[in-house]
Design a protein around this ligand. Structure first.
Ligand SMILES: Cc1cc2nc3c(=O)[nH]c(=O)nc-3n(C[C@H](O)[C@H](O)[C@H](O)COP(=O)(O)OP(=O)(O)OC[C@H]3O[C@@H](n4cnc5c(N)ncnc54)[C@H](O)[C@@H]3O)c2cc1C
Length: 437
């Protein structure tokens, strides 16, 4: 017999411990329900700072916190490590890779992943940035590229190792390009003898007409100016048509590069489709105004996996939207438990920020467009405020202060096997030549 005080209460399953899922769990803290939060990772990840791990500014543990620890004081939640494979909404069951969990209410908050627009064969040559593993892999590739260039003798091949292409100029692409330029020009420049990392070529390429398409035209133009000031080459209006171990082909030409990063496409978690409800082109579930799923009123979909409009505009795939949707789904479940009808989701747009580098950023806050140092300070405050856990906040502030004062990067470690990266795209005879002094 289950003697816990929550036994017999309606069972809410929250699938995903990201921004949306955690917000829902917290908002249900005092509700008369028992909650099971399921995630395939044991940690909540602060994705907006992933690029700082990818460029060796922060350590992986600075931007992640165990979900179990975050929720340890909330007695009505159990956390389960598990991979969900499907939702059977007719039977009210979540299928896991190794079992199943029944629910009375489900909040589906499984987020999104990369989309290579039907070219999954590009994935190996151009990793995306979504998980801690992705960030560590990109960091490895960037640092190995400089090591390979340092021991190379052929000038053309040095240039290929010292060319970095970032595909997609949304916030992630812009932030990656800016941070790569900074680490090359300000940090690595002093550490090598034979190459000059400060002269690395960093190319940001975008198929659309401008960078940061979700921001104002003013902020987009300012971002290009700030990127160019730190030496990033920005190409817009040219779609990438091919990616391989030796570079990128795009509508307007070819760029030889040994390091390519994918920041272009997003696809919703495949779990959305298993609901059998209508989805949009990116696989996001077209939810009702109250975030419930058409035909399954005990299932709510939130965050990057939900497609919803508010006041005629699509709600963007950003963390404040996921957090607000998590609270709304929680409030609706609380109402339904009391026998009241759910209410419609209302989105409060808190603005958009993108950072480019040290004292360089853009921010659209309603009608206010900030740039440079003011925008950067705003970005800094917002990110520190939202980082979960005092320890993480403290560590991140101290790492940033150290970097700012001394132009140092504390997390410049190459982990894992280096050889396969050095060998990628190489002919054996070229490898031998490269290894000669
Ligand atoms: C590199 C990057 C930078 C970003 N920068 C910003 C920014 O600056 N500002 C901003 O507002 N937003 C930013 N975003 C977007 C923001 O992170 C997302 O909008 C937000 O994380 C969405 O929250 P979510 O809860 O829907 O999904 P997520 O936070 O992605 O959480 C989904 C959770 O579900 C779990 N999960 C997924 N599938 C399964 C499964 N099958 N079984 C079990 N668990 C599963 C995952 O492990 C994860 O914990 C950025 C995103 C990325 C990738």
């Amino acid at each position: 017999m289950d003697a816990s005080p929550t036994a017999g209460l309606p069972h809410v399953v929250i699938l995903g411990g990201g921004f949306g899922g955690l917000s829902a769990a917290r908002a249900l803290g005092k509700a008369p329900v028992r909650i099971t939060l399921i995630d395939r990772r044991n940690h909540h990840l602060f994705q907006p700072l992933l690029y700082q791990v990818a460029t060796a500014a922060l350590n992986p543990s600075d931007i992640a916190s165990p979900i179990r620890r975050i929720l340890r004081r909330q007695k009505n939640v159990s956390v389960i490590l598990g991979e969900a494979t499907a939702i059977e909404s007719a039977k009210k069951i979540v299928q896991l890779a190794d079992g199943e969990v029944a629910y009375d209410f489900l909040i589906l908050a499984a987020g999104a992943t990369h989309s290579y627009f039907g070219h999954d064969e590009w994935m190996d040559a151009a990793p995306g940035l979504k998980t801690l593993e992705d960030a560590v892999e990109i960091r490895r590739r960037v640092l190995v590229a400089y090591e390979a260039a340092e021991r190379e003798v052929d000038q053309r091949r040095i240039a290929d190792w010292m060319t970095f292409v970032i595909i997609g100029a949304g916030p992630t692409g812009v932030e990656m390009a800016g941070a790569l330029a900074e680490i090359s020009r300000r940090v690595l420049e002093r550490d090598f003898r034979r190459i000059q990392p400060g002269r690395a070529r960093i190319v940001l390429i975008e198929a659309g007409p401008r960078v940061l398409p979700a921001m104002s035209a003013e902020s987009s133009a300012s971002a290009v100016r700030q990127l160019e000031r730190i030496g990033v080459e920005v190409i817009t209006g040219s779609a990438v048509t091919g990616v391989d171990g030796n570079g990128v082909t795009h509508a307007a030409g070819r760029i030889d590069a040994r390091t390519v990063i994918w920041a272009a496409g997003v696809a919703a978690s495949p779990l959305g489709k298993t609901l059998g409800a209508p989805v949009d082109r990116a696989g996001r579930v077209l939810v009702n105004h109250d975030l419930s799923v058409p035909g399954a009123d005990s299932v709510f979909v939130i965050g990057d996996l939900a497609a919803i409009s508010y006041e005629g505009k699509p709600v963007p795939g950003v963390s404040p939207a996921a957090i607000q949707e998590g609270s709304c789904a929680a409030a609706n479940i609380t109402r339904m438990v009391r026998g009241e009808p759910p209410s419609a989701f209302r989105y409060r747009d808190k603005g958009t920020l993108a950072t480019i580098g040290r004292a360089a950023a853009v921010a659209d806050l309603g009608r206010l467009h900030l740039r440079g140092l003011v925008a950067w300070l705003t970005w800094l405050l917002v990110h520190i405020f939202y980082l979960i856990g005092f320890r993480n906040r403290f560590l991140v502030i101290s790492e940033w202060a150290w970097m700012y004062l001394w132009n140092e990067r504390g997390a410049r470690l190459i982990t894992g096997d280096v050889e396969p990266l050095l060998e990628r795209g190489e002919r054996p005879e070229d490898r031998k030549r490269m290894l000669s002094p």
